[in-house]
Design a protein around this ligand. Sequence first.
Ligand code: PGA
Length: 250
Amino acid sequence: MRKKIIVGNWKMNMTTMETKSFLEMLKVSISVQNAEVLICPSFTSIGAAVNVLQDTNISVGAQNISSEERGSYTGEVSIEMLKEIGVAHSIIGHSERRKFFFETDEIVNKKAKLALENGVIPIICVGEDIKERKSNKHIEFVESQIRKALADLNIMKIEDIIIAYEPVWAIGTGETATLDQIEEMCSYIRYFIAQIVGVSISEKIRILYGGSVNKENVTSIVNMNNIDGVLVGGASLKPEFVDMVKQVEK
Ligand code: PGA
């Protein structure tokens, strides 16, 4: 059985003070037993988040890691630094990083490798933009992202990775993909993974959906066959996130 997971991607929101007060509220409002809950704040708030959540089942992850281990890379944050403060998961290759910070599939692959080798679970984001969807190229586009992201990953550890399918046209737009579109793509993703690592490992890998998930649509999304959770942006900054966690827990 794949355990459901709900991930809050806070992007560049919430100061350390705001992080503390939101997480104080969150930890008294939910009890986490059946599902995993992961919050990914900004780098500067990770330490505070880990402190607030230390006696809970809520984990804290990063939104990004450097592709380099250490050295002269001004402004970067290394995986060792993140592990030291309690991070065991990192989002990798989010579409905003691909778009605004020019992250290529090769960089995503390098980061995923580095994460796995260091015992950090990569949450690898893939997803087509509206032009691929409209020209009916979305499946082959995502297939190529998956193949490049997973190239030469350590097969022994690969079942730990998490894939997040986030159609770019559904992120922050209020426009969610339909359940059929989500299930279709996620079952293709599992099929592509099976071709790379075999069916039995592919059955263990969790696939999430992200893109305008909110308290109205979360239950129907996580109940789909090939969906093992959600990656939530905007709604994870609001009190409705409490309700969303409770729905995923059920
Ligand atoms: P959204 O963002 O929920 O605000 O659409 C999702 C994401 O970018 O991970």
